[in-house]
Write a protein that binds this ligand. Structure first.
Ligand code: PLP
Length: 612
């Protein structure tokens, strides 16, 4: 038995009919011909009848029925003059929405439509855009999402609304927008390039401008984790120091610089780490790199052959996952318990070459690795001939006492590579970080780092060295710790007020984010939709998981926004959820719920702040 779905998604004034997603499904009862807006059910009919019903759907159409990307387009002959037989409604077939991206769906849609218009590859006669209802149905998203994208495009003058006619591409787009279609575009899509396996192995589905982490729109509140309060950075001080180093060193700073890093900076970093992070190192062990990203890649390239094992925390830092996939490592996700990464049993032949950990503040759980586990991990690495990569990304931000000493300081076996970044302490676009390597690894890491980009910008390195040696670094850390402590308390209060009925907030003593566990699994689709509607975008915990099966939760960053914005963001999310709830069931039905299983013994509900 067969069932035919014909989502009759468009039939408007231009008499253009688009029938999309035709699928034939077996069913015991008979056949069903469905059309959105005008549902029609037919049961107990034969395949021939079903086919003829489908024919009927096209009966008003001009004879040609075109198949494109699995869609069927039919056009009525009578109402469309012969000379204007062109595609009158833009179909936006190019739109690809990524539901796991941190970029809100409305923003993805807005951006992709804008890019299409700017590319000049559309037929200028196809100037009408589909209605929000049609586009929402075609893309499987909500109408408010489409409307949000449309209103941005209308505001910016890409589209214009015509009374009783619909929405059109604006008449007066700059001439460059209306270039004829570029044949190169067709060539590009017809012959998709063959990429190296190291690229296809990465489970990163972003494309185009989504890949650009800098395209984050205005600094509105999103609660994305990992962003510091960059508006509090002392730009004037930095600029003054920059001028001073340029005045002193002049053209010297414009030549190629050391691939190890400027000596003043390496000295300043080594002194800071020994005095404040409990590290045990000298400047010759330091390699200046372009942030944690390059630190991870340099270590992975230097130490792991294709197919060799790398351990990573699960849940853990998604960028570490990409790096290890890229170098062809056999990635082994390790669970986290109250003491940090679980070592567990491991056969000799599966020994890890590299173990990536965040011991000061496990990302995203926030656990601090116990002393016992730290010692055990170093012993384990030594016994297996492997190395530990310690990502100390934000240990400065601890709110219940001084920061805990790093793992590297405990290592007498030369097994720990310590990595730090200025992204959280200062600002992420600086792209400066460092590795502290056991002496036997330093030269190789320098060699690998030099293959990538020779060295980090010398002027920024010299400025940072001064920033540290003249005391600005420590006073900035102190000031930010105080500011983040205030924002943290405020966030907890406001969270309880606005979202306390839905979540248990897990409060850990360090870090710039919290995990909020949903009390009722069935609320997950509501929050997914509310994120999409509001652009307030805490990441779902599952985003950071590989194998870990966790209860539904979201990771809320709080550090980057002032109190007023924190309150505004939480209130916005709460009110969107309330409205969706009032609208009743079906409001989030287009979202797939992650197949969570009950929390396992490795994952615990710890100090949860409850509103009741
Ligand atoms: C666990 C972790 N490590 C490091 C970083 C910083 O990376 P980078 O130095 O490449 O900016 C982040 C950023 O969010 C992070 O979450």
């Amino acid at each position: 038995m067969l069932k035919i779905f014909a989502n009759h998604v468009h039939s408007d004034l231009s008499k253009l009919i688009i029938i999309n997603q035709i699928s034939v499904v077996e069913e015991s009862k008979g056949f069903e011909l469905r059309s959105i807006g005008k549902p029609a059910q037919f049961s107990s009919v034969s395949a021939i009848t079903a086919a003829s019903l489908l024919e009927k759907a096209f009966s008003g159409c001009e004879s040609r029925v075109v198949k494109m990307n699995g869609a069927i387009y039919g056009r009525t002959a009578s109402s469309v003059p012969k000379q204007r037989r062109r595609r009158l409604v833009m179909s936006f077939e190019m739109v690809r929405l990524d539901r796991v991206s941190s970029e809100p769906l409305y923003q993805q849609l807005y951006r992709q439509i804008r890019e299409e218009l700017e590319s000049g590859s559309f037929d200028s006669s196809a100037s009408r855009v589909p209605s929000s209802r049609v586009l929402a149905a075609t893309l499987g998203i909500s109408r408010p999402t489409v409307n949000q994208a449309f209103s941005k495009l209308l505001e910016e003058g890409y589209l214009q609304a015509r009374k009783r006619s619909g929405i059109f591409v604006a008449d007066h787009l700059p001439a460059t927008f209306l270039k004829p279609a570029r044949p190169a575009t067709t060539a590009r899509t017809e012959h998709s390039p063959r990429f190296a396996r190291r690229v296809t192995r990465m489970t990163d589905f972003r494309s185009g401008r989504q890949l650009d982490v800098g395209v984050a729109g205005p600094p509105s509140v999103t609660f994305v984790a990992g962003l510091p309060a960059v508006d509090e950075f002392p730009i004037a001080v930095w600029e003054r120091l920059r001028e001073q180093v340029l005045a002193k060193k002049g053209a010297h700073l414009l030549r190629y610089a050391s691939s190890r890093g400027e000596i003043e900076l390496r000295k300043a970093i080594a002194a800071y780490l020994c005095d404040f992070r409990g590290a045990n190192c000298d400047p010759d062990q330091i390699v200046v790199v372009g942030g944690m990203q390059q630190a991870m890649l340099a270590c992975a390239l230097a130490l792991i052959n294709e197919g060799e094992v790398a351990w990573i925390e699960d849940p853990g830092f998604h960028q570490a996952r990409n790096v290890f996939a890229f170098v062809g490592a056999k990635m082994v996700p390790r669970p986290i318990d109250r003491e940090g990464l679980v070592i567990g049993k491991c056969s000799r032949q599966n020994s890890p070459r590299l173990i990536f950990v965040t011991p000061s503040h496990q990302f995203p759980f926030g656990v601090t690795m116990s002393l016992k586990r730290r010692k055990a991990l170093i012993e384990f690495a030594e016994s297996r001939g492997g190395y530990i990569l310690e990502d100390d990304y934000n240990s400065e931000f601890r709110f219940d006492g001084p920061p805990l000493p790093c793992l590297q300081g405990l290592d007498n076996a030369g097994r720990v590579i310590y990595a730090g970044t200025m992204s959280k302490i200062l600002y992420p676009s600086l792209r400066l970080g460092f590795l502290v390597a056991p002496p036997q690894l330093v030269d190789t890491l320098v060699k690998v780092r030099a293959v990538m980009d020779q060295h980090s910008p010398a002027i920024d390195q010299a400025t940072l060295a001064r920033f540290i040696t003249e005391g600005f670094f420590l006073s900035h850390v102190k000031r930010m710790r105080e500011l983040y402590a205030q924002r943290r308390v405020f966030f907890i209060e406001q969270f309880q007020k606005w979202l306390g009925d839905y979540f248990d907030l897990e409060v850990t003593p360090a870090g710039l984010h919290f995990i909020a566990w949903l009390r009722r699994r069935e609320d997950l689709p509501l929050f997914m939709r509310a994120r999409e509607q509001t652009g307030v975008w805490p990441r779902s915990l599952s985003f950071f998981c590989i194998k870990a099966q966790l209860d539904p939760a979201f990771v809320f960053g709080f550090a980057a926004w002032p109190q007023a914005q924190i309150e505004q963001g939480l209130a916005k999310l709460a009110s969107a959820v309330k409205q969706l709830k009032q609208r009743g069931p079906g409001n989030g039905s287009s979202f797939q719920i992650h197949p969570f299983s009950p929390a396992t013994s490795s994952y615990w509900p710890s100090t949860a702040v409850r509103s009741d």
